[in-house]
Design a protein around this ligand. Structure first.
Ligand SMILES: [Zn+2]
Ligand SMILES: [Zn+2]
Length: 249
């Protein structure tokens, strides 16, 4: 019998929300692209800085994916954000299930915060006079917003059981997150949160950024990180989960 992911069913409300989140991030991407196409000559950004901007954007996207992942894993539960959180929690206990969801089911988790943060950043950048700096910043927002829309897709590449040679090469070169690099997160849910290319995992884990932030949040709010995670993993490992919980959202 083929494996069926636990939260495949979505209500109409959940479908509309996921599409709106993705559409909002797509609008940000489109606005950035229009700005970059319109002001290319006026800004006069030299190509070495263009490449630097692309790399900064790619690093920042990875860092932001880690921040979103950390918040989702550590502080949120399905009572707060419904099916999206349930799918990510399912991923820890049943990693291969993530490949059985639709793109839009997963993209909204990264697209929603991206639309807010990078949409605001792009709007502010568009309001200042056009310069090489504003143009470079807009490249950064374009890359980050695009990578966040496809954040789970980047992550899912690390779970493909059959990987074509170009993907293997890209993962070996750390251009995208590799299975070996990402698997550490599945062994220890408190490290390797960044899933686009994994570049930001090195500084973040070296300075123990996430555990320090957890202590800060606990000290200011009194909340415990991953408070009911063990209970959830126990439920997810129960084969009768779907009957037991019913639709979540
Ligand atoms: Zn995780
Ligand atoms: Zn994973």
């Amino acid at each position: 019998m083929p494996t069926i992911p636990f939260f495949k069913h979505a209500t109409l409300r959940e479908i509309i929300i996921t599409r709106l989140c993705c559409a909002a991030d797509a609008v940000v991407i489109l606005c950035c692209a229009v700005y970059l196409a319109g002001y290319y000559h006026a800004a006069g950004l030299r190509w070495p800085w263009l490449i630097v901007s692309l790399l900064v954007g790619y690093f920042l996207a990875d860092l932001f994916s880690g921040l979103v992942h950390w918040v989702v894993d550590t502080w949120l539960d399905e009572e707060m954000l419904g099916r999206g959180i349930a799918i990510t929690r399912e991923h820890h206990s049943h990693p291969s299930h993530v490949l059985l969801y639709e793109f839009l089911d997963q993209a909204s988790l990264g697209a929603a915060p991206s639309a807010v943060v990078f949409g605001t950043a792009a709007a502010v950048t568009a309001l200042v006079p056009v310069s090489a700096l504003s143009y470079a910043l807009m490249i950064v927002w374009l890359v980050t917003a695009t990578c966040m829309l496809f954040g789970m897709s980047f992550h899912n590449l690390a779970h493909w059981s059959v990987r074509p040679p170009p993907l293997r090469l890209a993962q070996r070169l750390h251009l995208v997150c590799s299975p070996v690099h990402h698997w550490r997160h599945h062994q220890d849910h408190t490290v390797r949160y960044c899933v686009i290319n994994g570049w930001a995992n090195y500084p973040c884990d070296r300075i123990r950024l996430w555990s320090r932030l957890e202590r800060l949040v606990t000290a200011t709010t009194g909340r415990a990180p991953r408070a009911d995670d063990a209970e959830w993993q126990r439920k997810l490992n129960d084969a009768s989960l779907v009957e037991e919980l019913g639709p979540i959202g």
